[in-house]
Design a protein around this ligand. Structure first.
Ligand SMILES: Nc1nc2c(ncn2[C@@H]2O[C@H](COP(=O)(O)OP(=O)(O)OP(=O)(O)O)[C@@H](O)[C@H]2O)c(=O)[nH]1
Ligand SMILES: [Mg+2]
Length: 377
């Protein structure tokens, strides 16, 4: 891979990563209720604890695990229902220290988990939740491991939910969310309620960390696609601005940083790590192999109006269509990757298949875009 490509892509990748920041979620609940299972179901297997993270403040029993754009705050060595005072005191310290830091270093909200079939909710748990609210943390309460049959929740869990709702606690939506996080092959029970937990989380997450949350979660692909479209539009607009006064064809390389930033952002929305994203990008665009920048301009030549312009000028329309089509084609590649296309991480990518896919989509989108602009739609 040509160095210029890897270096420029790295630069844009890191920039995008910094802008996206981190969504920090604190998770509480008695041991064994299914906290880790719920986290894994929504944020992916990779989050399963490998190390023990780092204490959020010195001497704290709260540990922060950073996994990509997710920060997970968990108690260690302390137990809910037994050591609540210490946990709250640690949290208090952490939250007040973090207030002075930037948004991405703060704790943004808490999930409080209760096993749905436990049949009782203790006053100490209610008190714990009120303390979280006092600290300014929105609290999403989840009843975990709730069986469901023919569209109905287990009545015991429903009763528990009613009981909790009746306490009028300061919780998101005023009541718990009922969920089941992992398929059980013995009972045949399938997961449910995960999207609702996530939606509630999006409702109360600060606007500035929404991008990180979209990237971190793995169940809502529609949200990912929408976010990717947003960034394609942003890039297409920037490209148009860069060529507002037409640029010579030979200067088309000035559009590259805009496109690399877009591709880097989309990769991260789909949790594709740098090395893999770089390989895929090179294979898709054939950029950076030997001819270097020329391949980008090679793609550019496919843009109607630009091919005949070699030696001529590129205007806002061509620059924007080019970038738009590139974004759409890259999005399709990323979507295929998360669906497990192109084999497992680390496996050899079928370059030809990838390139065909990218190029097909690129051409298709160019055509669509052109007809859109023609009809003004
Ligand atoms: N089938 C199924 N099993 C679950 C579900 N939630 C939890 N479990 C099982 O219950 C056990 C405990 O779940 P964990 O997610 O480890 O619980 P935890 O709250 O993280 O426990 P600690 O880390 O010890 O506090 C595990 O064996 C899980 O596989 C679920 O929704 N479905
Ligand atoms: Mg756990």
């Amino acid at each position: 891979m040509a160095d210029w490509f890897k270096d420029s892509f790295r630069q844009e990748f890191d920039k995008q990563s910094a802008v996206m920041g981190r969504f920090n979620l604190a998770i509480f609940g008695k041991t064994g209720v299914g906290k880790s299972t719920l986290i894994n179901a929504i944020f992916g297997e990779e989050v399963a604890r490998t190390g023990i993270g780092e204490p959020v403040t010195r001497g704290s029993h709260l540990y922060l695990d950073k996994v990509g754009h997710l920060g997970l705050i968990d108690t260690q060595g302390l137990e809910i229902g037994k050591d609540d005072k210490e946990i709250i005191s640690d949290l208090n310290k952490a939250v007040s220290q973090m207030r002075r830091m930037e948004l991405h270093e703060q704790i943004h909200l808490a999930w409080y988990c209760i096993r749905g079939m436990d049949r009782r909710f203790e006053e100490t748990e209610a008190e714990f939740i009120r303390r979280l609210d006092d600290l300014g943390l929105p609290v999403v309460v989840v009843l975990t491991q709730v069986p469901m049959r023919e569209g109905h929740y287990h009545p015991d869990a429903v009763m528990l939910a009613e009981q909790i709702a009746a306490k009028r606690l300061p919780i998101v939506g005023g009541r718990p969310f009922l969920a089941y996080a992992k398929y059980d092959p013995f009972t045949g029970q399938r997961p449910h309620g995960l999207q609702e937990v996530l939606d509630a989380t999006f409702r109360v997450a600060p606007v500035g960390v929404e991008g990180a949350l979209i990237a971190a979660q793995e169940i809502d692909l529609a949200r990912k696609a929408k976010e990717a479209q947003k960034h394609i539009t942003v890039a297409a607009t920037s490209a148009a601005a860069a060529a507002a006064s037409p640029i010579p064809f030979s200067d088309a390389a000035m559009l590259i940083p805009i496109q690399l930033a877009m591709m880097a952002r989309i990769s991260q929305i789909y949790k594709i790590k740098f090395d893999r994203a770089a390989l895929l990008a090179v294979a898709s665009t054939t950029a950076a192999t030997s001819a270097g920048r020329a391949t980008f301009t090679g793609l550019l030549k496919m843009v109607p109006g630009a091919g005949t312009l070699a030696g001529g000028m590129i205007g806002a329309g061509v620059a924007s269509s080019f970038t738009y089509a590139m974004g759409q084609a890259w999005l399709v590649v990323c979507q295929r990757v998360v669906k497990g296309g192109f084999g497992a991480v680390g496996s050899v990518i079928d370059n030809e298949q990838l390139r065909d896919m990218f190029t097909d989509e690129f051409r298709k989108r160019l055509k669509l875009r052109r007809s859109e602009t023609k009809t003004g739609g």
